[in-house]
Design a protein. Structure first.
Length: 181
């Protein structure tokens, strides 16, 4: 023989519902946030850093050409030996061009590595995000169903109790309403 459920306050379940929804939103936001942040970094690198280093290669190459021209002019002038400063300026300009080319290449490689890492992350997180999205929606729906069932159970119990004469002893129904899964 089953006994009736002793439900005294459904408000706790009703108060829990918004927390469950917030948790679901937080989980989904947490799972997608790193991918979004990395996407912004990739975008910034493509939009700003690659063009910057490309421009620097051009500017530094022009400086190297000017330094080389100065060196050649000094070599072809009346003095057969160019100044030490002209040679140092030319070597420095060549190093700066190589540095800009290396930075450009490293930036390009970093973008590719980040894109691969983001794809791997999204691939790993996607099943978890799908589960969180569908299971949380289902959990909220089940919670709503439980709240509605408990409301109906309490309402039926109150209307049943008010319909009985006061001098009759209270009987328990065995309809299974107290067994909520």
């Amino acid at each position: 023989m089953s006994s009736p459920a002793r439900v005294s306050d459904i408000q706790a379940l009703s108060a829990f519902r918004p927390s469950l929804i917030r948790f679901s939103e937080d989980v989904q936001r947490t799972l997608t946030s790193p991918g979004s942040d990395a996407g912004r970094v990739i975008s910034w690198m493509q939009r700003e850093r690659l063009p910057y280093w490309k421009r620097e290669i051009r500017v530094r190459s022009e400086e190297a050409v000017r330094a080389n021209t100065k060196l050649v002019q000094q070599t072809s002038s009346e003095s057969p030996r160019p100044s030490v400063d002209a040679r140092k300026d030319y070597e420095l300009a060549k190093r700066r061009v190589r540095e800009a080319e290396e930075k450009y290449e490293k930036t390009r490689q970093s973008i590719l590595k980040l894109e691969k890492a983001v794809k791997r992350y999204r691939g790993a997180v996607q099943p978890m995000a799908s589960i969180a999205r569908s299971d949380m929606s289902e959990a909220v729906a089940r919670l709503d169903g439980y709240i509605a069932a408990l409301d109906a159970y309490i309402s039926a119990g109150q209307s049943h109790a008010s319909a009985k004469p006061k001098d009759q002893p209270e009987e328990h129904e065995e309809s299974g309403k107290g067994n909520i899964e």
